[in-house]
Design a protein around this ligand. Structure first.
Ligand code: F6P
Length: 329
């Protein structure tokens, strides 16, 4: 049986915001209008679906936003949507406007909601990976990752200057609740001596040996980049505590970059992938390719069934870790 033709699309951003979400919204709205579809913005993610905060959008409503961080639709993590009653309310609010297709821009938590919703109701959902963490399988990029990494690199370069001036050991914590990609990429790009990520467990002994050995060789700067989700130590403050206990002579400082990584103008790469993905999401709905996550793999559009997208996680190629070791010697 041919899938039902979609005529009205709803678009929302959900979970943690990420730079480039606006570019994706713009692409969804403009492609929908090009295809002759009505398009509605849903405010504050699934909360807007449950609370009926839904507004029709036109071409002008997405003017001048491609370069802006944050999300003009706002975002939230909505607990009610994870109850059957919440989803029923959300469905009725979409139905009364005739919305028959949904584009969800967010991370894996948002896709879990979309997957449940599309399995229960006759509204197909398309997911776009919007998260700075890059913790979603099925895409080489997620919207916002490149900007976040560049923000982290800029900040860590500055920290290196002051670390160098004082011969200090800096422990910098970057975001990544369960994933070490921001730490890995920003750490390699700034020449960090140690990178601690949840996907590989550097033991306390290994870290201490490495730092002691580097200080014996009078290495000028010692930078440790740690992902907030690192499991061995549990964050930069704990790394610092351990280092102070074991190497009391080290002049150690901690810097937690935090939400600065989530804001700011998206890089060119994030604007491009968001535009491609937003366009592809609408084309999926038009062509009847339903309930998938749109990604980009080897520079080609890639479609992962939502059921799979919520199960798989992005892994880290162990060769990256070898590169870290060799280049920071
Ligand atoms: O998922 C993106 C992310 O920035 C994580 O890296 C971080 O742990 C989390 O969101 C922080 O969420 P919140 O803004 O709700 O504190």
């Amino acid at each position: 049986m041919q899938p039902k033709k979609v005529t009205k699309i709803g678009v929302l951003t959900s979970g943690g915001d990420s730079p480039g979400m606006n570019a994706a919204i713009r692409a969804v709205v403009r492609t929908s209008l090009y295809e002759g579809l009505d398009v509605f913005g849903i405010v504050r993610g699934y909360s807007g679906m449950v609370d009926d905060d839904i507004h029709q959008m036109d071409s002008r409503s997405v003017a001048n936003i491609i370069q802006r961080g944050g999300t003009v639709l706002k975002t939230a993590r909505c607990k009610e949507f994870f109850t059957p009653e919440g989803r029923q309310k959300a469905y009725e609010n979409l139905k009364k406007r005739g919305i028959d297709g949904l584009v969800v821009i967010g991370g894996d938590g948002s896709f879990k909601g979309a997957q449940k919703f599309s399995n229960e109701f006759d509204i197909p959902c398309i997911g776009l990976p919007g998260t700075i963490d890059k913790d979603i399988a099925g895409s080489d990029f997620t919207i916002g990752f490149d900007t976040a990494v560049n923000t982290a690199v800029e900040a860590i370069d500055k920290i290196r200057d002051t670390a160098d001036a004082h011969d200090r050991l800096f422990i910098v914590e970057v975001m990544g609740r369960d994933a070490g990609y921001i730490a890995l990429h920003s750490g390699i790009a700034t020449g960090a001596e140690n990178i601690l990520i949840p996907e590989s467990s550097t033991s306390i002994e290994d870290l201490i040996t490495n730092l002691t050995e580097k200080s014996k060789r009078k290495k000028l700067v010692n930078l440790v980049v740690v992902a907030e989700g690192d499991k061995v130590f549990g964050g930069a403050e704990n790394v610092s505590k351990t280092v102070k206990e074991r190497i009391p002579e080290a002049d150690t400082r901690v810097c937690i970059l935090g939400h600065i990584q989530r804001g700011g103008a998206p890089t060119c790469l994030d604007r491009l992938i968001a535009s491609r993905m937003g366009y592809a999401a609408v084309e999926c709905l038009v062509q009847g390719r339903h309930n998938v996550m749109v990604g980009i793999v080897n520079n080609q559009m890639h479609y992962t069934p939502l059921d799979l997208a919520v199960k798989e996680t992005q892994t880290i190629d162990q060769e990256w870790l070898r590169i870290v070791k060799i280049l920071a010697s």
